[in-house]
Design a protein around this ligand. Structure first.
Ligand code: LIP
Length: 287
């Protein structure tokens, strides 16, 4: 049985670490070259690696018995998220934004026990937005503003027709997944489809999820990101009354590393919203 883990101490530790990471990120913006990973739109910089080294080193110093999973040290087919207490980290989420100096990149510092996100810290140092959440203790912006920030108009239900939805084009720009995404985008947007209020692509899964937690987006749908993209936002959203379900129809309780997600805010109508959204998906995403 795990000795009791002080989640408040971990939140405070990750907030201070996020500030250190943020200083490193802002010090390098606009000055960094980049490399391709899977293709010419899957990008990584030396700063991603430097931030992950900083975060991993500090986590290991403070909590040597906990595990660490980070985007830049992940080895496909080898690295697995265990049941042990684990820091699940994306050093810079929104790397393409970072390269372009578009101010929507963040460091996403999650902590999971038994593969369940229990602490989340997402920090955008360009806009000074620090989102935090602890399982069972609520989630906040900059420590004082309880999430969600925005409540929907009184008496309104969440429906596709009144939804602002986060989407991402991701790094796969051909093949079945790209076809499923683009066909679904068209069905959601079209006048003879669901004619949603609109789409927003912040370029960062963590920032998209935090926008849903804040009530500024109603949902966010993506396939292809990873546990480190969503772990911190997961608990921040849950503590704001929302939830993450599977991004393919029928999966109400996805694993954090399941890679296909639909995040939805809380409120009246959100379960029907999920069912209606799933009905719009033109096929199945596979990762
Ligand atoms: C990004 C994700 C985003 C996805 C991008 C990229 P990164 O993570 O946050 O949701 O659409 O393709 O994977 O690579 O900036 O850490």
């Amino acid at each position: 049985m795990e000795p009791s883990i002080d989640l408040n101490e971990i939140r405070d530790f990750l907030v201070e670490l996020a500030k250190q990471a943020g200083e490193l990120i802002t010090s390098k913006t606009g000055q960094t070259t980049y490399d391709d990973k899977a293709n010419s739109v899957d990008l990584v910089t030396e700063t991603d690696a430097a931030v992950e080294k900083l975060v991993a080193t500090k986590c290991n110093e403070k909590y040597p018995h906990f595990e660490f999973m980070g985007e830049e040290s992940y080895v496909p087919g080898v690295t697995k998220l265990s049941d042990k207490p684990t820091f699940v980290v994306d050093p810079i989420d929104g790397t393409t934004n970072f390269i372009h100096s578009f101010p929507f990149s963040c460091t996403s510092l999650g902590f999971a026990i038994n593969r369940e996100p229990v602490v989340g810290v997402v920090y955008n140092p360009f806009l000074n937005l620090m989102y935090t959440g602890i399982q069972g203790q609520g989630s906040f912006l900059n420590g004082t503003h309880k999430l969600p920030l925005r409540q929907p108009p009184a008496g309104t239900k969440l429906t596709l027709q009144n939804a602002l939805i986060g989407i991402e084009w991701g790094t796969q720009r051909s093949g079945v997944n790209y076809q499923v995404k683009t066909d679904t985008f068209k069905k959601l947007a079209a006048e003879d489809g669901k004619m949603v209020h609109g789409f927003r692509s912040l370029g960062s899964a963590a920032m998209n999820i935090c926008a849903v937690a804040a009530g500024q987006l109603d949902a966010y749908w993506e396939g292809g990101c990873y546990a480190w993209d969503v772990c911190a936002g997961w608990v921040i959203l849950a503590e704001a009354g929302g939830r993450i379900v599977g991004g393919n129809p029928g999966l109400w309780e996805p694993a954090v590393d399941q890679r296909i997600y639909l995040a939805v805010r809380g409120g009246d109508g959100c379960e029907q919203f999920v069912e209606d959204f799933w009905d719009c998906i033109e096929g199945r995403l596979e990762y």
